[in-house]
Structure formats: structure tokens, C-alpha cells
Design a protein. Structure first.
Length: 411
């Protein structure tokens, strides 16, 4: 998030909407999207925002208005895209476990492409499409077996991962698909991981997939697009970043004279730095000389630190003086009964109960991964747009958490 809002303004927003609170900046999301669009220039392309990074309807709507397409991984995400006014003709559908009913719904909706991840999925899709008498546009997700050099949980392009189809099998599978009456071969895709900070794994994956595309062309199977997934990292700490323009330029250069539309699926790099989590310090405590700040946000609100050991910057919005003399090394922890429930460890901060802290760069995989663990309602979400702060998701009430439960009360 750009530092357009000062701490006083942010504190006022926190007071108005209460904490924990996710706050997003529309202008930053738009700028991030434009960086990709600009990188393509006139080159034929489709930007498919990866919905799973942040699937709030207002954010999807904002992107749909800018002309964005969407990368979805579930029927639920497709329904969100439609509810937000997204164009189904710009939707690509990824994921290793699409069920029959998911395929039926997506086929009837008329999406741009099914990114197929297994032989079983090829057969199921052809079967369902034949039953519905609809031609299914398809791409094979290739697992190029490249090391994305990121956290193992978000590395997806190694052969031992569950994702995609091995290079060695893909050629024959394309030949098989070419004979299947209800499949329309559109393209090829890969997605090698998330929070990538080096461009070389992409170069490697592009070389491998383009060579395969050439082999297929020689065999009479012409692909229309290449989809190089998402995965560009953002700056949480001091990471070096891949410039979207360089990334796209690399792909365009490698594609060269081939006639291939380029598809990308960025998620984190569109919304990550456009959001923050604001939380209030409930109390401070000391155990064996270690200082803890217990805050009202927890791992159920933001699981990245617990799940990936991710480092996210934490600032005190209420500490306007920044008095270094009062600074101590704090673990910023939530109220959940898990030792893994922390937002940050060993942070030099001056703070006291009642202060508002912000966790920076929490726009991606923040709220989207939130849960109700410990019967905690999920946080409210607010979007800053044209100088106004608007509620885009109401804080969950505790009552709503057990609304769907059927209590068979013991007499
Ligand atoms: C998660 C995912 C993305 C987005 O990754 P980011 O790192 O958020 O850019 C794109 N494509 C697929 C298939 C994904 O699973």
C-alpha cells in the first residue's frame, strides 16, 4: 500500500470499523494491474487475476472493470467472478481436483479454457462435454520440473509436486486429445510456484514448453496460447523483485515468430502490497524475560507467518513519537491456543495496550485463507477508493458461525 494514508487517518479507520480489519487500496491494485497490461503493449494477451489470492467481490469487480480475466480453482470462485460481473470468456480454470459437477457448471457457463492437470481429467471432461454437446476448450498444465526457488509449500513446478502433467507424457496426451470429439485444443500452461524472486525458472519453463509446442506444431497440432501462470513475488522484507515488464518481455522474446497469445495468472502481485491487516494490542506480558504483545488478530485471520514461516512487516500506528528508548523486542501473538499463533517474532517496537498495529502487505492470501478457528468471526474488510473508506465485507458475528449446525441436544 502506498503511504498515502498517514497513521492518524489509518487509526481513525480502525476506530470506525473496529479491529481486526483488512484494509485495501484500490489505486494500488489498479496500478499493479496496469503494470502487467503496459508490459504487453499491443501483444495479444489475457491477464487472468488468480482469484484465490483475494476473492472479495468488490476487488473482483474492480479488476473486471479494468478488463481483467480470472484464473479460478473452484466452482465457488467461478460463481464469485460471475457475481462480480466478470466475463466468463476470460476465465481459465486450474486445479487438480475438478469434480463432474464443477466441469458441468463451467462448461455451461462457457469459460475460456480448462487447464487440465491429469489424464483422468481429460477423460472426464470429454465425457461430460459429450453429454452436454458442448466443445470444451482445453490446455494441459505442464509440470516442467523446474525449481522455483521459493518456499516448498508454494513451489509447484517440481516433478514430485501434485500439479500438472509430466513433460514426457504431454506430447502423447495432446495427440490423444486431438482425437477426442468434444475437446478443442487451445493452449498449454504452467504455473511453477508463488513468491518467485528469480526470473531464471521462468526462462527454463518457457524454453521447455515452447520446444514442446513446436513438436506439436510439426505433428499438426497448433496451439493458440501459452499461459505462464502467476507467481511473481512482492516485497515483504528485502526481496529482489521480478519486474512484470521484464517477465513479459522475456516471454515475448522467447515466443519470437510463433503466433501465440500470452496468458498470465498473477495473484499475489496484484493485491499483496495493496492490503494491510490492522489489529489492536489487547495486552502485553512478559515470560522469562521474553516480551509478548497479545493482539486481537490471530493465525485464523492471517496464517502466512504460521504456515510458511513468512516474515511480514509490523508497524505501530499509534506510536507517533517513535521513541526508540521504549523499544523492546516483542513477539506479536494472537489469542489462539497454538504456539504457532504469531504474526511476527522479535520485533523492535514501542507499544502498549490499546495501540493499533499494522501488518503490511497482507492483501494476498490474508483474508482469503482466514478461518473460524477458536470460534472467531472473520475480520471486516474495507476498501479505500477515491479518498473514501468503504466496508466491503461485514465482520462476521459469532452467532453466524454456528448457524449451520444442527444441535441434537441431549435431554
Ligand atoms: C495460485 C495460482 C496462481 C497465482 O499465484 P500468485 O503467486 O498469487 O501469483 C496462478 N495460477 C495458478 C494455477 C495458481 O494455482
Amino acid at each position: 500500500m502506498k503511504d498515502t494514508m498517514n497513521n492518524v487517518e489509518l487509526t481513525q479507520i480502525a476506530q470506525t470499523f473496529q479491529t481486526p480489519l483488512y484494509l485495501y487500496d484500490a489505486a494500488q491494485i489498479e496500478a499493479n494491474y496496469r503494470a502487467y497490461a503496459k508490459g504487453f503493449g499491443d501483444y495479444p494477451h489475457l491477464i487472468c487475476y488468480a482469484v484465490k489470492a483475494n476473492s472479495n467481490l468488490s476487488i473482483l469487480q474492480l479488476l473486471a472493470k479494468m478488463g481483467s480475466g480470472f484464473d479460478i480453482v473452484s466452482q465457488g470462485e467461478l460463481k464469485r467472478v460471475l457475481a462480480a460481473g466478470g466475463d466468463p470468456k476470460k476465465v481459465v480454470y486450474s486445479g487438480v481436483g475438478k469434480r463432474r459437477e464443477d466441469l458441468i457448471f463451467a462448461l455451461k457457463t462457457g469459460i475460456a479454457c480448462f487447464n487440465i492437470e491429469s489424464i483422468a481429467e481429460i477423460h472426464l471432461l470429454n465425457e461430460v462435454a459429450t453429454e452436454l454437446n458442448i466443445k470444451a476448450p482445453v490446455s494441459l498444465r505442464i509440470n516442467p520440473n523446474v525449481d522455483a526457488k521459493t518456499h516448498p509449500y508454494i513451489s509447484t513446478g517440481l516433478k514430485e509436486n501434485k500439479f500438472g502433467i509430466r513433460m514426457e507424457e504431454a506430447f502423447e496426451l495432446y495427440q490423444m486429445m486431438a482425437t477426442m470429439p468434444s475437446l478443442m485444443i487451445e493452449g498449454m500452461d504452467f504455473h511453477i510456484g508463488s513468491q518467485l524472486t528469480e526470473i531464471s525458472p521462468y526462462a527454463e519453463a518457457l524454453d521447455l514448453t515452447l520446444a514442446l509446442i513446436d513438436r506439436l506444431a510439426d505433428a499438426g497440432i497448433t496451439l493458440k496460447h501459452l499461459d505462464m501462470g502467476g507467481g511473481l513475488g512482492i516485497q515483504y522484507e528485502d526481496e529482489t523483485l521480478i519486474d512484470p515488464a521484464d517477465w513479459i518481455a522475456l516471454a515475448i522474446e522467447k515466443i519470437g515468430a510463433r503466433s501465440l497469445k500470452l496468458v498470465i495468472e498473477p495473484g499475489r502481485s496484484i493485491v499483496g502490497n495493496a492490503g494491510m491487516l490492522i489489529t489492536e494490542v489487547i495486552l502485553t506480558k512478559e515470560n522469562e524475560g521474553k516480551h509478548f504483545a497479545v493482539v486481537d488478530a490471530a493465525m485464523n485471520d492471517l496464517i502466512r507467518p504460521a504456515l510458511y514461516d513468512a516474515w511480514m512487516e509490523i508497524r505501530n500506528l499509534s506510536d507517533t513519537v517513535q521513541n526508540t528508548a521504549d523499544m523492546k523486542s516483542y513477539d506479536i501473538v494472537g489469542p489462539i491456543c497454538e504456539t504457532g499463533d504469531f504474526l511476527g517474532k522479535n520485533r523492535m517496537l514501542a507499544l502498549k495496550a490499546g495501540d493499533y498495529l499494522m501488518v503490511k502487505d497482507a492483501g494476498a492470501y490474508g483474508f482469503a485463507m482466514a478461518s473460524n478457528y477458536n470460534s472467531r468471526g472473520r475480520a471486516a474488510e474495507v476498501l479505500l477508493q477515491d479518498g473514501k473508506a468503504r466496508l466491503i465485507r461485514t465482520r462476521e458475528t459469532e452467532e453466524s458461525l454456528f448457524e449451520l449446525e444442527v444441535a441434537h441436544l441431549v435431554k
